[in-house]
Design a protein around this ligand. Structure first.
Ligand code: ATP
Ligand code: MG
Length: 494
């Protein structure tokens, strides 16, 4: 339709009539096209909508009652959407409008110390959040040319992880194990260990009970870790859409810091619940189910998420995003669908074993089944050398120990090895919320390899380690120092 201009008829400049005429004279007639959809059916966190033929995948829709939905599935004549916000007034028949926008979340330092939902709304009592920048939730991962090798260590403060399954900045390391084996505890310790290390942390909690959410936040606060951390929460009672979006929200927040050149650490606790939420949404929206009723693109979904963790090249600012996705297994079964997917996507796994847990070996990390495929390159050569010796001893001991269960008589040298192994197992135990610095890790490795712990009782191991820790805290020795230097300091403790 051609635009028309209405001419002013009045010339009296001040009269109301003249003002109206002036307004009218500037008014542009034009064609405004807008589609209006209608909610056809509703339930379990999803809505079917018809009447919006030009809506696109991942577009945010605004509903008349104030609810919001995200286009998730395009069917013939209908849209399958997941609800992001639902008011009590939402019913079938409610009108729906397009926004033309994709879902995005506010990012930046305003988030530090805050608890938010996956849409960036504050869940704590520290007031509303205001952002200067926003990023879309679902973006492509950085291209190969923008990436660099994983070359710097990301210390978790855990004895076994930092020595035997080391993690590098930009690595994706899976934490896998049965429920209640200490998966979250390990991840929380890793976050606490970043205090004063200039690493921004994001802890994503997906589908957890409110009591667990409160506990985690309280622990982070108590350990002064909340100041450099943002907690993204979609608790068990949240809509499935929010649980599905939570890891992407956390990833986006970390990505913004990574783009600014910072190192970041993201924990996804846990991906099993995320996969279940995605399956629930997909089944409700009648997508064809595949293995274990998961939709066929679940592998793509998780790899899309985890591929965004990387270390950027110096040209791109050199930032990094280390990811610790958590997977819960059933009866230690790591060969089921989601665990195998995640194992193949990530750069290694830390396996927590419920039998070790029951025997009181805490943290219950099974050294034989845990690997880090790229972290070794980031490990300091001094630690690597010492850890290699210790690992060999430990693996041999575990093998020998099996024989002793049959009550067979052993040679004296074997007995000695077993004794040494038992002491090592005692050394490797670590209490909750007590991350250790890398200097102490070096100290106990040297002390063990030199045999300084050999002739003590098992009960004496812990006090000896405490003594060593105090000594190292005052020694001002760096990891770069030669072995002799370390030996002399460690020796003096005994
Ligand atoms: N190193 C440790 N020393 C002592 N207790 C520990 C240690 N690690 C974990 N625990 C205890 O084990 C219990 C389970 O830990 P946690 O909640 O981290 O396990 P999880 O695998 O995350 O469980 P879920 O599957 O329910 O999420 C907790 O009560 C925790 O205090
Ligand atoms: Mg947990």
């Amino acid at each position: 339709m051609p635009n028309e201009r209405v001419a002013t008829a009045d010339s009296e400049a001040d009269s109301p009539l003249a003002k109206q005429a002036a307004w009218l004279s500037k008014y542009q007639f034009g064609l405004h096209l807008s589609e209006q959809g209608t909610v056809v059916s509703l339930g379990d966190g999803i809505a079917w909508i018809n009447g919006l033929p030009s809506a696109r995948m991942d577009e945010v829709l605004q509903l008349e009652d104030g609810s919001r939905a995200l286009v998730f599935h395009l069917a013939k004549n209908r849209l399958g959407t997941i609800l992001l916000r639902q008011t009590k007034r939402l019913t079938a028949g409610t009108s729906v409008f397009q926004t033309g926008k994709r879902l995005s979340i506010g990012t930046g330092n305003a988030l530090l110390g805050r608890v938010i939902d996956p849409l960036g709304v504050a869940l704590d009592d520290a007031g509303p959040l205001s952002f200067s920048s926003y990023r879309p939730l679902d973006v492509r991962s950085p291209p190969i040319v923008a990436r660099d090798f994983v070359a710097q260590p990301m210390y978790t403060g855990n004895k076994i992880v930092d020595t035997l399954v080391p993690i590098g900045k930009g690595q994706r390391q899976l934490i896998i194990g049965d429920n209640g084996c200490g998966k979250s505890a390990l991840a929380i310790d890793a976050v606490i260990n970043q205090r004063g290390k200039n690493v921004y942390c994001v802890y994503v909690m997906i589908g957890q009970k409110r009591s667990a959410v409160v506990n985690t936040i309280e622990t982070l606060r108590r350990m002064n870790a909340l100041a450099y951390t943002v907690v993204v929460v979609a608790e068990a009672t949240a809509m499935p859409g929010l649980k599905y979006l939570a890891p992407f929200a956390g990833c986006t927040v970390a990505e913004a810091w990574m783009a600014e050149g910072h190192d970041t650490l993201v924990v996804y606790d846990d991906i099993t619940t995320h996969a279940r939420s995605y399956r629930e949404l997909s089944l409700l929206l009648r997508r064809p189910p595949g293995r274990e009723a998961y939709p066929g693109d679940i592998f793509y979904l998780h790899s899309r998420l985890l591929e965004r963790s990387t270390r950027l090249s110096a040209k791109q600012g050199g930032g990094s995003m280390t990811a610790l996705p958590i997977i819960e297994t059933e009866q230690g079964e790591i060969a089921s669908y989601i665990p195998t997917n995640l194992i193949s996507i990530t750069d290694g796994q830390i396996y927590l074993d419920h039998q070790l847990f029951a025997r009181g070996f805490l943290p219950a990390i099974d050294v034989t089944r845990s690997v880090s495929r790229i972290g070794g390159k980031a490990q300091h050569p001094n630690i690597k050398k010492e850890a290699g010796r210790m690992k060999l001893d430990y693996l041999q001991f575990l093998e020998l120990e099996v024989f002793t269960r049959f009550g067979s008589r052993l040679e004296e040298s074997m007995e000695k090895r077993i004794q040494r192994g038992q002491i090592l197992r005692e050394i490797l135990k670590q209490e909750l919320l007590s991350p250790l610095n890398i200097e102490f890790q070096m100290a106990w490795l040297v002390a063990y390899n030199e045999g300084y712990f050999d002739n003590i009782d098992l009960a004496q191991v812990k006090p000896q380690l405490t003594l060593l820790q105090e000594k190292i805290a005052h020694a001002h020795i760096s990891i770069e120092e030669g072995r002799d230097q370390w030996k002399s300091i460690v020796h003096n403790t005994q």
